[in-house]
Design a protein around this ligand. Structure first.
Ligand code: NAP
Length: 256
């Protein structure tokens, strides 16, 4: 028996990076996967890859900051696949990197719109399906930057801190419905999001990566699969007694 055999998983931001790795692994372990994102070509490619390996997947365009898109897509996913058992609230953006007193309101709102409101909209529209199915697992992608500060990216830190607490509150609200809600807190993972930050670095990509590696006691940054295995555990029934918890996967970054 595969670890999430027969379950239906929705992954937001599933076209690249951590979301992509989560889609591939959940499908390999038997889930039917709704790959959702705003970049349709790359999202379609993830679906093709899953199907080539014998898995079941379909792509939906979902901007998580747009409630109408979330509502329509989740309703289509539930009728196409029969239910929603697993929601991976993964879509997120880094936003501007400047000190708090220089951040414009629009820049603040943009990050909150995706990283916080997106999690709210997706959770809101997945819960009725999960209640109908008799339970479910929601996995919210926070960050080590939802636990500690780093003197950069002010809206991002605020957003990831909010996701950490939304997770605990929803865990309390929906425990009686057999819906578990947990957060994952990755250290630096070498994904397109971080590669973009590297490209903007005045020191160059190589030096940027060396610097990031040195921040993690284990000696290097993580790969998307390192987080996908955490997603799989929280998605599966192996974690049936786990809710409201924070799964830190950070190569020791926050142990210091
Ligand atoms: P990524 O490589 O940028 O991939 C994220 C995907 O989400 C991209 O396809 C992106 O599209 C998409 N996306 C952006 N805005 C969206 C929206 N409004 N609706 C739906 N999809 C949207 O990011 P990642 O590094 O894999 O990060 C995934 C999650 O992990 C994020 O929540 C991030 O904050 C969190 N995280 C990452 C790290 C890390 O080091 N990588 C560490 C801690 C936490 P575009 O490419 O068009 O933006």
């Amino acid at each position: 028996m595969k670890r999430v055999e027969g379950k239906v998983a929705v992954v937001t931001g599933g076209a690249l990076g951590i979301g992509r790795a989560a889609c591939l692994l959940l499908a390999r372990e038997g889930a039917r996967v709704a790959v959702t994102d705003i970049i349709d070509k790359e999202g379609g490619e993830v679906v093709e890859e899953i199907r080539r390996s014998g898995g079941l997947a379909q792509y939906w365009h979902v901007d998580t900051s747009n409630e109408d898109e979330v509502r329509d897509a989740f309703s289509n996913i539930a009728s196409e696949f029969g239910s929603i058992d697993i929601l991976v609230n993964n879509a997120g953006i880094a936003g501007v990197n400047k000190p708090t007193h220089e951040v414009y309101e629009e820049e603040w709102d943009k990050v909150m719109g995706v990283n916080v409101k997106g999690v709210f909209f997706c959770t809101k529209h997945a819960i009725p399906c999960m209640k109908k199915a008799g339970g479910g697992s929601i996995i919210n992608m926070s960050s080590i930057y939802g636990i500690i500060g780093a003197a950069d990216l002010p809206p991002y830190h605020a957003s990831k801190g909010a996701v950490r607490l939304m997770t605990k509150n929803d865990a309390l609200l929906y425990g009686k419905d057999n819906i578990r809600v947990n957060s994952i807190h990755p250290g630096f993972i070498w994904t397109p999001l971080v590669q973009e930050l590297a490209k903007d670095s005045p020191d160059g990509v190589g030096a940027f990566r060396d610097q990031l590696d040195s921040l993690h006691p284990i000696g290097h940054v993580g790969e998307p699969e390192d987080i996908a295995f955490g997603v799989l555990y929280l998605a599966s029934d192996e974690s049936r007694f786990v809710t409201g918890s924070e799964l830190v996967i950070d190569g020791g970054y926050t142990a210091q």
